[in-house]
Structure formats: C-alpha cells, structure tokens
Design a protein around this ligand. Sequence first.
Ligand code: ATP
Length: 502
Amino acid sequence: EKVKMDDIVSLCKRRGIIFPSSEIYNGFAGFYDYGPLGAELKKNVKDAWWKNFVTSREDVVGLDSSIIHNPTTWKSSGHLDGFSDPMVDCKETKLRYRADQLFASPIVLEENDETIGWVCVQEANDEDMVKDAKKMAKKMMKSTEHKEKKIQAFSFRDLTEVSEEEMAQIPSPGSGEPTLTMPRDFNLMFQTNVGAMSDASSVAYLRPETAQGIFINFKNALGTSRAKIPFGIAQIGKAFRNEITPRNFIFRSREFEQMEVEYFIPPGDDVWQPFHEKWMQESKEFLIDVGLREDLMGWDVHEGDGLAHYARACTDITFRFPFGTQELMGIAARGNFDLTQHSEGSGKALDYFDDQTKEKYIPHVIEPSLGVDRLILALICSAYAEDEVNGEKRNFLKFSPKIAPVKVAVLPLLKNKEELVSVARELYDELKKRWNVSWDATGAVGRRYRRQDEVGTPFCITIDFDTIEKDAGVTIRDRDTTEQIRLPMDEVIPYLSKQIDG
Ligand code: ATP
C-alpha cells in the first residue's frame, strides 16, 4: 500500500521528529526544524555515513570547512555564473515556478488536431496531479462544439521546452489565465555581506554545496595527512539554496545538509570508470544498510544534455517517494574541472606528484553527493508501516536499530510499585550510558508499546513481578514481530548491543 505524504508530515510533527521552522510565526517556506527525536535520527544517519565512509576506511579523511568561503571560490567553481535554475513568473499572482518542474500538456482533439486548451501540473509523474489534470481536460472538452470528442493522450513537456507562442496560451497554475513569462535564469546562491561595509566589495555567499570547501582544501589535506592517490576527502555540513519552489517537505528545502566525498584518482580515459562503479556500489550498499527499501530504489544515468559539460558521467540513485520517483543522490565523475578552475582562479598549483611514476598531474575526481534530509525522508518512507495487532490497527516505523532515534524503552509494569520501579530505573541508568533510551511508566503496557512503535523504537523492555520475585529476568519485545523473549538481566546489554551496534 502507498504511504501518503500527509501521514508522514503529521507523524513527524506530532511526535517531535520534524517541525516547520519558526512555527510560532507561521513558519518560513523552505525551512524545517528537527525536534527531539529528529535530532537523534539525523545524528545517527550522519554518524553511520561517517563511520562507513571515513573512519572505517583507510583511504578517506574528514574535513569540516567554513560555510562562507572567499567569494572568489564561487567565481572559479562556476557557481556565480551558472548555478541557476530556469524560472517563470506568473504576472498575475506574482508566484514563481521552476520552469523545468512545471509541466504543460496541450489538449488536442483527436478528430482534427486542434488545440483546445492546456493543462499544467507541477509533477508530471505524480498520479494524483495527472488525475486532476485529466479532470480539468474533460471539463474543457465539454465546452467545445465538436461532436467527436476524443483527446489525444497526455504528453507533458516542461516549460523550458515550450515555444513563445505556446507559452502565451498556457494558463498559470491556480489562476487559469495565460500569464506566464518565458523562463529566465535565477541564481540560487544566498548572498550576504561580510564585515561592516555593505557595498559590492563585501558581498559573500552561503555555500550551495559542501564540495567546493573540499577542493579549496585539497593541498592542506594532502600535505597534512600523507595521503596517496587514490584517496578521498569527506565532509558533512549545511548547504543553502534559494530554491524557487521548495516543496515536498524536507525533500527540497532552502537550508539542508549534504554528505559529500571528493575521491581523487589519477587522470586518464580508462581510469575513472572502475572507481565510479565502485562508488555507485558502495553508495547503494550503505543506503540499504541504513534501512532504505531496495525495491523503491533505482538508477538514473545522465546522458547528453543531462550531463554537465565537464562531467564524464553522472548516475543518480533514485527513490520512489510518495510524490514520484526522484533523485536521492548523485555519483559523478567530474574529471579535473574543479581543481583546474581553482588552480587558475587562485594562481596556486593544485597538483599531485606521484613518487612512484614520477608523474605530476591534477587529479580527477569521483563525487558521491547525498542529501541528509532527503535521505531521512526516504528512510521514513521506507520504514513507514501499518499492520494489525490483536485486531487493532497499528502504525509503526521499521527503522533499522542503527538509526532509530530511541533504541530501547524501559517499561516498569506498574509505576506505583517501588520494587519494580527501582529495578527498572537501575537498568535504565545502565542502558543510558550507551544509547538514547526512553523511560515510559504511564498507561497500559499495550499503549506504551504503541507509542514506541510509532517512533520506531526497536526494543521495549518490561520489568514485571517475575523480575523481582522469580527469575531476575526481563521481557524484551521486538517492534516488528511484537514477539517477546525472556532474558536474564546480565544478558540484556550484549543482546541489544549485537542488534544496535552491529
Ligand atoms: P535537484 O535537481 O533536485 O535540484 P541537484 O541535482 O541540483 O538536485 P545536487 O547539486 O547534485 O542536486 O546535490 C546533491 C544532493 O544534495 C542531491 O542529490 C540531494 O540529495 C541534495 N539536495 C540538493 N538540493 C537539495 C535541496 N534543495 N533540499 C534538500 N536536499 C537537496
């Protein structure tokens, strides 16, 4: 069954995973705040990535660069001139849309090829939107005088592919009047001023990606880590883009986080491909390991126009979100474009000397780039599940124990029985030294289980009268199967550790 975005957004808000930012001031479009559970979830996802791609490897080092770089960085990287999206304005409502994300289809009568109108949608692969568009088309059909009424199949084109004459006929979404301008470039970088002066000389930019911080530190990292090519530099951090239409919750926001690696390799036409393949494979394995549903994943190979002019190849890993199949991450083979640009822009040699072959060269790179927030949304969609327990409907999140915000909940059977509570408290204190653990002593045990299920807590431990009177054991309940096992107290930590820490 299909997960609905509304259910996910409301669950995230209700249980303190993700809130709209500045909510007391009615929010702020394109910005989100992670609540108590969301902050844990996000930290776990970033830690898992860092462990997988940095600390457990010998060939990747970490970096944490500043968010605001010397603005020349963005001149050299090409972002100042080219980091833009095509935008159309609605002259009437003043609303703006990304031209490559607004799709229009002419409604053509099959009988005589006459265009009788246009319909517009924001996601051509969103079934619900297409359904609405079809309804609209039917209405328009009714108003024509033709007797044979049959329209040709819908074929959507994004607005960058539409001619000026056609554009004049396309209604803006909402108002229905044909009032859209032709697409024009809109630079996505946020500007700010650094220092007390606020003239052109003090203009700087919030980074739109973490990658350039890596390139400008190439020599520093190389010189201080004794790294030998092939090696990578990894960075996790905030990125900012003034997205024209932030939408789909945290999928596309204006402030987000990225996890990126620049993996430096020797030049050569036949060198990059195996490295590219390997990073694709390793990226996929990581995603599955943190709990992404493999059946919702796919590959999208960029070709021709979809490939940046300097890139050798770029393959996206896609994910089937409730609003359609979209890019989750990209794995690009970028040649040596970036280092060359920064070398020219700075006048500094950004090359590498191979002491075995005695060759000097500007390394090429493989760049896996993954959005933290986009991954979190995909993980929530993957984990979202419903079933029935004892004839009652249950909502739960099947998070991998590795990323679950709460690992264990400790539940004393009764909160007013001192003997139970003190034993439970002792266990809780012990577990808390290792993991984020929840204490829940109120309400019927079944209801407490349900509360934990809803936020994806993989294990619930109940302390009951048998614990203190009989076997000194506890009951551990598994979230997914709801099955319970009885374990002696001293086996609890080894058991959990195996499941949580792997
Ligand atoms: P899109 O075409 O969707 O705008 P992009 O191709 O510009 O994305 P990249 O520049 O390749 O994206 O960024 C790398 C990764 O960063 C993306 O795969 C995505 O996971 C994440 N990302 C990019 N833009 C955003 C955003 N506005 N909000 C959340 N995550 C983002």
